[in-house]
Design a protein around this ligand. Structure first.
Ligand code: GLU
Length: 418
C-alpha cells in the first residue's frame, strides 16, 4: 500500500479542480509550493533538570490574498508534510469563505499530555521565539488547533509582545477574552459544523431534529458540534475520543456526557449510562447513523472504511479526515461529503472577527459574532453547492473550484514579482 502523505492528497484534489475549471498548470502551480517552510529546534528544561529538544515547524503556504492564517498543533505525529498540507488547506479554506487571508500552519512534534504545565509553557515560549521572524498581525497569525488552546495562545501573545516591547493582541487569535479574545471563538468551529450539517440536510429535505449523528473526536470541535446538534434535536448515537468510543442507539444525553467529560479530565473513558455500549474505535466510523462527523485527525476515512460506512452524509470537522481514494468510493456509493475547507471554516471565520476587533480595539457581542458567522457559512455553502451542481462534481471539488478561482484571480491581478 502507498504510504499516506497529506500533502500529496491536497495536490491530487487541486489537480482535479483545476482540470474542471480549465486552469492552465502555469496559472495555479504557485499553489503546489509553500512560500516559506521553517523548521526550528526547541530545547526546554524539563522539571527534572534535564534538557529535551523538540522539533517545531511553521509553514506559510500562500499570502496572495492576505496575511497567512492558521493554527498550531501539538501532537507526537506532527511532521513537515502534515504541516505543509494543513497550511495549504488553510489557504483554500480562507478563500472558500472569502476572508482576506492566506494560509499557514504550525506544529510541534510532542505529546503534550506528557508535559507539566511548566514544561508546556516553556515549550510554547521557546517555539514562539523560534518562529518569531515569521509571525505578526500583518504577516502570519497563529491560532489554536489540535491540543492547543486559549492559554497557549496567551503565552504566544505574551512572548511576542515581550520581544516587541508592547502588547500585540492581534498576533494570535483564539485568545482568552481578557486578552482580546472574541466571544463565540471557542465554539466557532463546532457551530460552523452544525450550520454546515443543517444546510446539507436541508438540501436533502431533512432537518437536524431526529437525525442520527456519530461524532469521532471529542475535543473542542467534536464536543461543541455534538452539543449544538443535540440542542437542535439530533440524536447523537456515537461518540469517541483517544480514550474510548461509545454507541447508544437511542442517543446520548449529551449534557450528562459533558458533565462526565469535565470531571474526567477531558476524556470519555469510563462513561456509563443505560443503553450505552463501548465499541472499538474503528466501529464508530462504520456504525449505524445518517451523518458522520469526523472531528479528530487526518486519514481516518480510508478506502476500507468508506466501503463499510453506513452514513449517507459526512461533515468534516477535522482537516483532511478523508483520503482521495475513499472519496472515490463514497462518490460511487452516493455519500455526500461536506468537505473540511468548508465544514470546519467557522473557526477561522471567527478568528478573522477576533483579529478585526483587535485592530479596531473594540468588542462585538456574542450575537453579532454568531450572526455574522452564520451568514458567511450559509453564503459559502450555497456558493460551493452551486459550483458543484454546475460542474457535476463533488462538494469537495466544488469547494476547491471556488477557492482556486479566488486564489488564481488574486495572483493574476497582482502579477508575478519581479
Ligand atoms: N485550526 C483551525 C483550523 O484548522 C483554526 C485556524 C484559525 O483560526 O486560524 O481551521
Amino acid at each position: 500500500m502507498k504510504e499516506y502523505n497529506p500533502y500529496n492528497q491536497m495536490l491530487h484534489t487541486l489537480d482535479v479542480a483545476a482540470d474542471l475549471l480549465g486552469i492552465e498548470e502555469s496559472d495555479y502551480n504557485f499553489l503546489r509550493y509553500p512560500e516559506r517552510e521553517l523548521k526550528v529546534s526547541i530545547p526546554i528544561r524539563m522539571d527534572d533538570g534535564t534538557v529535551q529538544v523538540f522539533e517545531g515547524f511553521r509553514v506559510q503556504h500562500c499570502s496572495v490574498r492576505g496575511p497567512c492564517k492558521g493554527g498550531i498543533r501539538y501532537h507526537q505525529n506532527v511532521d513537515l508534510d502534515e504541516v505543509k498540507a494543513l497550511a495549504a488547506w488553510m489557504s483554500l479554506k480562507c478563500a472558500v469563505v472569502n476572508i482576506p487571508y492566506g494560509g499557514g500552519k504550525g506544529g510541534v512534534q510532542v505529546d503534550p499530555t506528557t508535559l507539566s504545565e511548566n514544561e508546556l509553557r516553556g515549550l510554547t515560549r521557546r517555539y514562539t521565539a523560534g518562529i518569531l521572524p515569521l509571525i505578526g498581525p500583518e504577516k502570519d497569525i497563529p491560532a489554536p488547533d489540535v491540543n492547543t488552546n486559549a492559554q497557549i495562545m496567551a503565552w504566544i501573545m505574551d512572548t511576542y509582545s515581550m520581544f516587541k516591547g508592547y502588547s500585540v493582541p492581534g498576533v494570535v487569535t483564539g485568545k482568552p477574552l481578557e486578552l482580546g479574545g472574541s466571544l463565540g471563538r471557542p465554539e466557532a468551529t463546532g457551530r460552523g459544523v452544525m450550520f454546515a450539517t443543517r444546510e446539507i440536510l436541508k438540501k436533502n429535505r431533512k432537518k437536524l431534529k431526529g437525525t442520527r449523528v456519530a461524532v469521532q473526536g471529542y475535543g473542542n470541535v467534536g464536543r461543541t458540534a455534538a452539543t449544538l446538534m443535540y440542542k437542535e434535536g439530533c440524536k447523537i448515537v456515537a461518540i469517541g475520543d483517544v480514550s474510548a468510543s461509545y454507541y447508544c442507539a437511542d442517543g446520548f444525553d449529551i449534557d450528562a456526557v459533558n458533565d462526565y467529560w469535565d470531571a474526567n479530565g477531558g476524556l470519555l473513558k469510563g462513561y456509563q449510562a443505560p443503553g450505552v455500549v463501548e465499541i472499538q474505535h474503528n466501529e464508530l466510523l462504520v456504525c449505524d447513523c445518517e451523518v458522520l462527523v469526523p472531528a479528530a485527525l487526518e486519514n481516518q476515512i480510508t478506502e476500507e472504511v468508506a466501503k463499510e460506512m453506513k452514513a449517507t452524509i459526512i461533515v468534516e470537522g477535522a482537516n483532511g479526515p478523508t483520503t482521495h481514494e475513499a472519496d472515490a468510493v463514497l462518490e460511487e456509493k452516493g455519500v455526500t461529503v461536506v468537505p473540511d475547507i468548508l465544514a470546519n471554516a467557522g473557526g477561522v471565520v471567527v478568528s478573522y472577527f477576533e483579529w478585526v476587533q483587535n485592530i479596531q480595539s473594540l468588542m462585538w457581542d456574542e450575537d453579532e459574532v454568531n450572526r455574522n458567522l452564520e451568514k458567511i457559512m450559509i453564503r459559502s455553502f450555497e456558493e460551493v453547492w452551486e459550483t458543484a451542481q454546475k460542474g457535476d462534481c463533488t462538494l469537495r471539488t466544488g469547494a476547491y473550484m471556488v477557492a482556486m478561482n479566488r486564489l488564481v484571480e488574486a495572483r493574476r491581478i497582482r502579477g508575478v514579482f519581479p
